[in-house]
Design a protein around this ligand. Structure first.
Ligand SMILES: Cc1cc2nc3c(=O)[nH]c(=O)nc-3n(C[C@H](O)[C@H](O)[C@H](O)COP(=O)(O)OP(=O)(O)OC[C@H]3O[C@@H](n4cnc5c(N)ncnc54)[C@H](O)[C@@H]3O)c2cc1C
Ligand code: FES
Length: 273
């Protein structure tokens, strides 16, 4: 995970399509960012020249191919509503790639490496990019993806994950798709079958409650994990301290030292010393 140069540039909107519910997929032509982006990084998008919304909004990079990057987003407020009304051909102001990204080097492992990706809702967005990357790096790597949502409408990107060749398991809170229950139950079942923690890495992105659940499960099994956090952001480039989280080494900025953190360093605001 390392800091990289970010570009403040224009992006041409190639497509902006409704997927399901409040969920959308956008393709942006932005060669400088597409060439540098790694899974787990994000961009900040400005939607308006005026004051509403004033701040850029952060979105994970969902994929990068050639000169283009893709974004998946859920319409939740003013910025994302304006995003959904943008048409192909329009230009957006973007900054990126931002943040550290996932660390995919498991150098201590001598045997078969196992990567377990855990996604909740829109948390699939960066993990598809990660699954694509993992599928290209080693034949000694098995990847399992666990996707959770409240209902089947919130279970996204299953085909995109399957196309990378990984095994995919699904859970929903209401049982409308896959196993009924939390995605952390799927994780617990998967980790019970692991015999070499040194060859295993869990990568997770989703709501804070899910990430805390993942944290509890991986610690129970002694497995390392990288968790991609969300935080309200203002500047997005490390200047305002508006996005900090508490870690064992003090406060860290989600936009700069994150958004991906090792589970071991996160205190969830419950530091004892
Ligand atoms: C590093 C990072 C990556 C992200 N990647 C994605 C992504 O790939 N796809 C996606 O749909 N969303 C993503 N988000 C969340 C996204 O940035 C927010 O949903 C968006 O900024 C909301 O803007 P808005 O103007 O539509 O909503 P607002 O009007 O600003 O807010 C609407 C509601 O959403 C809540 N909200 C807004 N921003 C956040 C946030 N950062 N974290 C938690 N709650 C928030 C507000 O509290 C409010 O309740 C990411 C956030 C971060 C920090
Ligand atoms: S959003 Fe300003 S420091 Fe992170």
């Amino acid at each position: 995970m390392s800091a990289k140069k970010a570009f403040n540039t224009k992006a041409k909107l190639i497509s902006n399509q409704h997927i399901s519910g409040n969920n959308w997929h956008a393709l942006l032509r932005v060669p400088a960012i597409a060439a540098k982006a790694v899974p787990g990084q994000f961009i900040q998008v400005r939607f308006s020249e005026g004051i509403e919304p004033l701040l850029r909004r952060p979105f994970s990079i969902h994929g990068a191919r050639g000169a283009d990057i893709s974004i998946m987003y859920e319409v939740v407020g003013t910025g994302t509503r304006i995003f959904s009304e943008k048409k192909a051909g329009e230009t957006l102001e973007v900054v990126g790639p931002l943040g550290n990204g996932f660390d995919i080097s498991l150098s201590r492992c001598k045997g078969v490496e196992v990567s377990i990706l855990v996604a909740g809702g829109m948390g699939v967005a960066p993990l598809v990019f990660l699954a694509q990357k993992l599928s290209t790096i080693s034949s000694k790597l098995e990847t399992v993806v666990l996707v959770g949502g409240r209902t089947r409408e919130q279970v996204l990107c299953l085909n995109e994950f399957r196309k990378t060749g990984c095994a995919v398991k699904v859970s929903t809170d209401d049982g409308s798709s896959g196993t009924r229950g939390r995605v952390t139950n799927l994780l617990e079942n998967a980790l019970r079958k692991i015999d070499d923690p040194e060859c295993t890495m869990v990568y997770a992105c989703g709501p804070k409650s899910m990430l805390k659940g993942v944290d509890t499960v991986v610690k129970k099994f002694g497995i390392p994990a990288q968790l991609s956090l969300e935080s309200h952001m203002a500047c997005g480039i490390g200047a305002c301290l508006g996005c900090v989280v508490d870690t064992t080494e003090g406060y860290k900025r989600v936009c700069k030292e994150g958004p991906v953190f090792n589970a071991q360093e996160l205190t969830w605001g419950e530091r004892t010393e």
